[in-house]
Design a protein around this ligand. Structure first.
Ligand code: C2E
Ligand code: MG
Ligand code: MG
Ligand code: MG
Length: 287
């Protein structure tokens, strides 16, 4: 159709753009019903101790089983939710579901696990975060000391004082605050000093590059050193090779996650994995 309208480049691009906008609106529309129809699920990616390889917790990652499109990843619908005002509802659902899952672990004797939840900057900006968090805790009975909230570095750069006090309020409840995708935003030392933060998550782009580009290795090394100086924990994301694991451990990075250890798992598969590890560890103790 675009070709028939002539050789004008602008005309050629127009249908693609309209298609994208329509798809976007369609997704927003479907998402509105998704919560009601119970189509969202959480998967759990193990976070491991880099020395022992043992699971110490997980990051909850949201997925959507769309009736026609199949399983969708957050990249396909979280940005839509953020721009259509649905993120509050979605974010509230994620917090509740995560808190419930942690309680299920506790009931299964796995209450020592830590569970990290991704939070949108809009939940922070609109002042929803503590309210949604308290609601999730009250409804589930989860222990805030075993929960972490992750905010991307991008979303934290322009934090106003009111938002800082929301994060402080969470920390007072025992929650850990982590900066996600660390190194991709405008990290500065003064901002680390200003923010109530417990943990840095090194973005996977640096982990991917650290054995290839000196610059990436330098960023990883500097982040680990800086975390040490500030008394912060540090987690490396996107570890895919044994070489990366070894180098990160040598640099003093204690925790990590990535396909080398496990892809994100269903709740059942995650629990199975942790049980397997416990059985193996018990057998090793006996021997
Ligand atoms: P993130 O928090 O940085 O999550 C890590 C992402 O990296 C996940 O993608 C995970 O599947 C992927 N990943 C993990 N290990 C590896 C690896 O070794 N190699 C590679 N190439 N990738 C790996 P996913 O699940 O598609 O999530 C993408 C982003 O969506 C997340 O990035 C997070 O920012 C956002 N997100 C996920 N769940 C939620 C949520 O419940 N709420 C909000 N607001 N955002 C979420
Ligand atoms: Mg995250
Ligand atoms: Mg991340
Ligand atoms: Mg990331």
């Amino acid at each position: 159709a675009a070709k028939q309208r002539g050789k004008n480049q602008l005309v050629i691009f127009e249908p693609a753009l309209r298609e994208r906008t329509e798809q976007w609106m369609q997704i927003a529309n479907d998402l509105r019903g998704a919560l009601r129809r119970n189509e969202l699920r959480l998967q759990f990616q193990p976070i491991v101790d880099l020395q022992t390889g043992r699971t110490i917790g997980a990051e909850a990652l949201v997925r959507w089983q769309h009736p026609l499109r199949g399983w969708m990843l957050p990249g396909d619908f979280v940005p839509v939710a953020e721009r259509s005002g649905l993120i509050a509802e979605l974010g509230g659902w994620v917090l509740s579901a995560a808190a419930c899952q942690w309680v299920a672990w506790r009931q299964a004797g796995l209450g020592w696990l830590n569970l990290a939840v991704n939070v949108s900057p809009q939940q922070l900006r609109r002042g929803l975060l503590t309210q949604q968090f308290d609601q999730a805790i009250a409804a589930s009975g989860a222990d805030p000391h075993h929960l972490t909230v992750e905010l991307t570095e991008h979303s934290l750069v322009e934090t106003a004082d009111g938002q800082i006090s929301l994060l402080e309020a969470l920390q007072q409840r025992g929650v850990q605050v982590a900066i996600d995708d660390f190194g991709t935003g405008l990290s500065s030392l003064s901002y680390l000093k200003r923010l109530p933060v417990n943990k840095l998550k090194i973005d996977r782009s640096f982990v991917a590059g650290m054995q290839v580009h000196e610059g990436d290795a330098a960023i990883v090394g500097a982040t680990v050193a800086m975390a040490g100086a500030f008394g912060l924990q540090v987690v490396a994301e996107g570890i895919e090779t044994e070489g990366q694991r070894r180098e990160l451990a040598a640099l003093g990075c204690h925790q990590g996650q990535g396909y080398l250890f496990s892809r994100p798992l269903s709740a059942a598969d995650f629990e199975e994995r942790v049980r397997q590890e416990l059985t193996t560890a018990a057998a090793e103790t006996v021997l």
